[in-house]
Design a protein around this ligand. Structure first.
Ligand code: MN3
Length: 192
């Protein structure tokens, strides 16, 4: 079965001014779409063609892994965001406080991991156990599922995610993202 580009869960202009319509036009309509086209070309006629995206990610290496993972990572990123943002649910705020000291301390540690990710990559909040969370930084397309870990939240820190709106100011982009987080989806991921 072909891998499909999931529909963006909001309008292309709805994350503005944190993420502009122009950034979405490149990041979703060109970059994310290209990863989908690439993976479909790469698996065509091969053993991986009948597998789900998650199974391809677990089994593949090299270019096949890179493109499959980038399809998954971007879908997960779009679903981590919400026009206008939200407040963390009580359950998530309690977990963040237990693991990192407070919501603000968590944001500081996560932001630090995102800003300090060298070159292109991703920052992740990971569910390690029933009450245990951790923060992970990955390079290029690498991602938690490949390492058997469950992701709850991600920030894309490839330059294509912020260069139109923030130029080289990655810290400003990371700071602004906190205003458009979909915390209900973070909780849903934690509890399923
Ligand atoms: Mn990206």
């Amino acid at each position: 079965m072909a891998i499909e580009l999931p529909k963006l869960p909001y309008g292309e202009n709805e994350l503005a001014p944190v993420i502009s319509k122009e950034t979405i036009e490149f990041h979703y309509d060109k970059h994310h779409r290209a990863y989908v086209a690439n993976i479909n070309n790469l698996i065509k006629g091969g053993d991986l063609e009948s597998l789900s995206l998650e199974e391809i990610i677990k089994r593949a290496e090299g270019g096949v892994f890179n493109n499959a993972a980038q399809v998954w990572n971007h879908t997960f990123y779009w679903e981590s965001l919400k026009p206008g943002g939200s407040k963390p649910t009580a359950a998530i705020e309690k977990l963040l406080a237990q693991n990192f000291g407070s919501l603000d301390a968590f944001k500081e540690k996560f932001s630090d991991a995102a800003v300090k990710t060298f070159g292109s990559g991703w920052a992740w909040l990971i569910k390690e156990g029933a009450e245990k969370l951790s923060i992970l930084s990955t390079s290029n397309a690498d991602m938690p599922l490949k390492h058997g870990k469950k992701a709850l939240l991600t920030f894309d820190v490839w330059e294509h995610a912020y260069y139109i709106d923030y130029r080289n100011r990655r810290p400003d982009y990371v700071k602004a993202l906190w205003g458009i987080i979909n915390w209900a989806n973070v909780e849903k991921r934690f509890s399923t």
